[in-house]
Design a protein around this ligand. Structure first.
Ligand code: FAD
Length: 447
């Protein structure tokens, strides 16, 4: 007998519950990946390239026995089932709106069992509920209930857990080549690289709570691209944490929380979670487009904002504190709709994830679950001075400011010689735009 393990956001062999289940269900397992144009299109070159590299790593781990096909999974999976006479198809459950719908259609299109085992989360979205059976809308009580609910230990799986089918009787497609990233350096891909990132983080883990907000320090785990693609399961990480790692556990819970929100409210990927914010006026037109372009390019004249936007372009990743600062700047200083910024992020982030990104943006813009209140407007200067106290982060990504010593780098317009050559003057007046943001907030409050 043969079962199919259809890989999606679980590109690993360790701690893989669906792999264990596929092995229990049949004598042999066929490893399948489907390149789905509907998902690849909006992904952006950095994330696609990271995916292709993950697939190459996975294929190597499987001694070349990963069958890769391209097309609509509804047709492709059904064809593979027929071709190999498979008795079941196994997946890690997908919690996103597109994935859920696609899986329901695939399930209908095949006449064998479609088995969902586990998910990319510590606790499968939809399972942590309030006492009255309704979903949580606020993180802290979710976190309490999530902790009480608990999760299984890691599944013990590896390449040798099952007997892999040689897929060569079907013509697969080659894993696509890397795309041109124009000098961007994205993290190493695959399960080994994920393990390595975790080993590195263990060295600085004791300082995580203290350093996690400091973009100038290597204070966070940088594990997000690996969690995004399932090169590591969060339970593997949770099993390795101790009682002193509360701050880190909380962040992993945040990832579960946003997936849970998206599960219950799939439309919140596109619309304001808090529909009152539909009344908030946004700027558009030529001037707004110009400001948006300056933001995208990291040329706003606000050093911490520019450093963040350029880190995104240089690495396909941005530090969490700086994601909040640049998002606040787009929403509250430039008065643009959060989705414009979110779409730019999704084009460049290697860890770009619909649940964490759209809800991270909505949190900052004020329209999300227990969001930062709209009237709390981040000051990009004091944020810079507080979280990049020596200016090292800014100097790393903004070469025009490299000669400016210390934290003076956060206010280049105050330098004796004026703003250094090549660096823009601030594109807006923060104090004025803050007041404008508050005026607009009054409109929302009045609805
Ligand atoms: P660490 O601090 O080491 O945290 C460990 C893990 O916990 C992360 O890898 C991540 O999986 C999870 N986590 C941490 N903070 C958050 C958070 N605020 N929300 C959800 N999960 C979190 N994260 C993404 O994975 N993909 C995104 O597309 C994404 N977009 C974001 C957009 C905005 C506007 C904001 C404010 C945040 C966004 N985040 C996103 C959350 C967060 O910025 C990243 O997860 C984090 O920076 C990844 O770095 P790390 O692995 O070093 O984090």
């Amino acid at each position: 007998t043969t079962s199919i393990l259809w890989f999606r956001r679980d590109l690993r062999l360790g701690d893989h519950p669906a792999l264990a289940e596929a092995g229990r269900a049949a004598d042999r397992v066929l490893a399948l990946y489907v390149l789905d144009p509907r998902l690849l299109g909006p992904s952006g070159a950095p994330r696609r390239t990271f995916l292709y590299r993950c697939l190459r790593e996975l294929n190597d781990q499987l001694d070349g026995r990963l069958l890769v096909l391209r097309g609509d999974p509804i047709d492709v999976v059904a064809r593979v089932v027929r071709e190999f006479g498979a008795d079941s198809v196994h997946v890690s459950a997908d919690a996103g709106p597109y994935g859920r719908e696609r899986d329901a259609l695939v399930e209908k299109a095949i006449d064998v069992d479609f088995v969902r085992t586990g998910s990319p989360y510590a606790i499968t979205p939809g399972r942590v509920l309030k006492g009255d059976g309704t979903p949580f809308k606020v993180f802290t009580p979710f976190y309490r209930a999530w902790t009480e609910h608990g999760w299984r230990g890691p599944a013990r799986t590896s390449a040798s857990t099952v007997d892999w089918v040689d897929p060569s009787r079907m013509d697969g497609v080659a894993i696509p080549d890397d795309e041109d990233l124009g000098g961007m350096e994205i993290p190493a891909a695959g399960e080994d690289a994920a393990r390595k990132a975790w080993r590195e983080f263990r060295k600085v883990r004791a300082e995580y709570a203290e350093h996690r907000d400091r973009p100038d320090l290597p204070g966070t785990s940088r594990i997000s691209p690996y969690l995004r693609w399932g090169c590591v399961h969060p339970r593997t990480l949770l099993a390795d944490l101790g009682p002193d790692d509360e701050a880190y556990r909380r962040e992993l819970a945040f990832r579960d929380f946003y997936a849970d929100v998206l599960w219950h409210r799939p439309e919140s990927a596109r619309k304001n979670y808090d529909r009152k914010f539909d009344a908030l006026p946004h700027d558009s037109g030529e001037k707004a487009d110009e400001l948006f372009e300056a933001w995208c390019a990291g040329k706003t004249g606000f050093p911490i904002v520019d450093a963040g936007m350029r880190q995104l372009l240089a690495e396909g990743w941005m530090h969490n504190r700086v994601r909040m600062i640049v998002a606040s700047f787009l929403a509250k200083d430039l008065h643009l709709w959060w989705r414009r910024g979110a779409t730019h992020f999704m084009r460049y982030l290697v860890d770009g994830d619909l649940a964490s990104n759209q809800h991270g943006w909505q949190w900052t813009a004020g329209s999300g679950t227990d969001a930062s209140p709209y009237f709390r407007v981040f000051n990009p200067i004091t944020q810079g001075e507080k979280f990049d106290p020596n200016g090292d982060y800014v100097r790393r990504y903004v070469p025009e400011l490299r000669e400016v010593a210390g934290k003076r780098v956060h206010q280049p317009w105050k330098l004796d010689g004026g703003v250094p050559a090549g660096y823009p003057a601030p594109i807006v007046d923060h104090a004025e735009e803050r007041l404008e943001a508050l005026r607009r907030y009054d409109i929302v409050k009045g609805t």
